[in-house]
Design a protein around this ligand. Structure first.
Ligand SMILES: *Cc1c(COP(=O)(O)O)cnc(C)c1O
Length: 463
């Protein structure tokens, strides 16, 4: 029998009572698209020799399949997930979580007009940068500030403005690559600056810089090697030491700080990360850093430093292409307000809170999760000490003591379990270590624990 002949016409299907109900609920466009796809699927079944009973059943159950298709179509591809991997600043997982205040600030301007580029006092055109400039100046003790799309864009704008067609001296030990596509030498090339490499991978001396200076030199660029560490026989030249050279030869001293933190991490028992204030007080002319790394704000590239240089950047045509969106301005202003006015800003900024939280608090969440998990034959669940990481190219190889719930299985493919966790409606990101699946609670909030437990239990039940 030619099974294609039992396939109803699309119009007939759309006339079915069960399908009409779907049209009432979701509209004709979505349903008819799904009907066509489902019919295509049945055609595929027939062409791969499915039997009549099977095909008839599929036709009968069309509404079910279509419902499922619609659910998938309407679900967002970009969505929230639970990060139980223990990496606080994970570029693939969206880096910093914004503070509540920043979310409210974004939300209030989303479907309302705003004074984004309007000076309310003067009743005339303003700039989008004005909302954050004064606040950045105060926080970083700098003369001027500017914000662009991300730190890669910031470095590009700085070099394009101050060193196009000229030489920029950088140590070979600082020619880094960040997450795939941001490479200092390539960014230089793109901006039209000519990179002049000095020193060796492990050692660069002040004299290396001085010998490289010519009349074509415009700037010295320091790059914070935020994502790797040279240990052993190693030496680099600090910005403070470079200050003298810069003054003697009339150069601009630029520092790409990468993570750009405002507070001193040593106060929390972590390794020192250079702060923005330190760079400015060391006499660096132009400093750039990310908004969504250790600052804990939205994706942005923040530039602070001498007014004469930042004024030039404001006039650069390139700025128009790199400019920040109003959502970024709203979120960043709210985050800066927290730094300026909250007594306990470490508590209010999720990134800083996760980095500095006492591990006894993390342990409490591990216990709460443990209590909620079902026990099953052939699996072993326990609470154990773990190592979380700051991530985002910050503090390389420095772990933060943490607590995790671990699950080990007899005869189960861990990769498969990990994949099932990833494919849940609210995906769960875990890590595999020593034949166990590890759920690190440092990056999981108290509020997420019921959902996390529900997701894990669902996967355990389906094993
Ligand atoms: C992360 C980083 C960048 C890139 O910053 P984005 O905000 O991701 O564009 C550039 N330089 C350094 C040193 C970094 O650590």
């Amino acid at each position: 029998m030619n099974l294609y002949r039992i396939l109803p016409q699309i119009s007939q299907i759309l006339d079915r009572e069960d399908i009409k109900k779907l049209i009432d609920k979701y509209g004709l466009k979505l349903v008819s698209e799904s009907v066509k796809e489902s019919v295509g699927y049945i055609r595929g079944m027939i062409s791969s020799n499915a039997g009549e009973v099977e095909v008839r059943k599929e036709i009968e159950n069309l509404a079910f399949r279509i419902n499922e298709k619609i659910r998938i179509k309407k679900s967002m591809n970009l969505r929230r997930l639970i990060n139980a991997g223990g990496v606080i600043l994970h570029t693939n997982l969206g880096r910093s979580l914004l503070p509540e205040e920043a979310c409210e600030s974004i939300s209030s301007i989303l479907n309302n007009y705003s004074n984004l580029e309007f000076d309310l006092d003067k009743g005339e055109r303003g700039t989008r940068y004005s909302h954050v400039e004064e606040k950045l100046i105060r926080l970083c003790n700098a003369e001027a500030a500017l914000v662009v799309n991300n730190n890669a864009a910031a470095v590009m704008l700085i070099l394009d403005t101050l060193a196009k067609g000229k030489e920029v001296i950088t140590s070979r030990g600082e020619l880094i690559e960040i997450g795939g596509s941001f490479r200092i030498p390539d960014v230089c090339k793109r901006s039209g600056a000519v990179l002049c490499e000095v020193g060796c991978t492990n050692k660069t001396h002040l004299s290396d810089y001085e010998e490289a200076i010519s009349e074509n030199t415009a700037a010295i660029l320091k790059v914070h090697t935020s994502n790797y560490k040279v240990v052993g026989f190693h030496e680099s030249v600090s910005s403070r030491e470079l200050l003298e050279l810069k003054n003697k030869y009339g150069l601009v001293l630029i520092e790409d700080l990468g993570s750009g933190i405002l507070l001193n991490l040593e106060d929390y028992g972590l390794t020192h990360e250079p702060t923005v204030l330190e760079a400015i007080s060391d006499g660096v002319d132009v400093v750039s850093f990310s908004g969504d790394k250790l600052l804990g704000g939205p994706q942005a590239g923040i530039i602070v430093g001498k007014k004469e240089y930042i004024d030039k950047m404001k006039k650069n045509q390139l700025l128009r292409a790199l400019r920040v969106d109003k959502m970024t301005v709203a979120a960043l202003e709210a985050v800066l307000n927290i730094y300026l006015y909250n007594d306990n800003y470490v508590e209010s900024i999720p990134t800083l809170k996760m980095i500095t939280e006492d591990k006894s608090e993390v342990k409490k969440r591990a216990e709460a999760l443990y209590e909620k998990l079902i026990n099953k034959k052939d699996i072993e669940i326990s609470i154990e000490e773990s190592n979380a990481e700051v991530g985002g190219g910050s503090l390389p190889y420095r772990f933060i003591e943490s607590y995790a719930v671990s699950i080990s299985f007899i005869d189960k493919n861990l990769q498969k379990v990990e994949k099932k966790l990833r494919l849940l409606d609210i995906p769960i990101i875990a890590r595999i270590s020593k034949e166990k699946i590890i759920f690190d609670l440092r990056t999981v909030s108290q509020e997420e624990i019921p959902e996390l437990a529900e997701g894990i239990n669902k996967v355990l039940e389906d094993l």
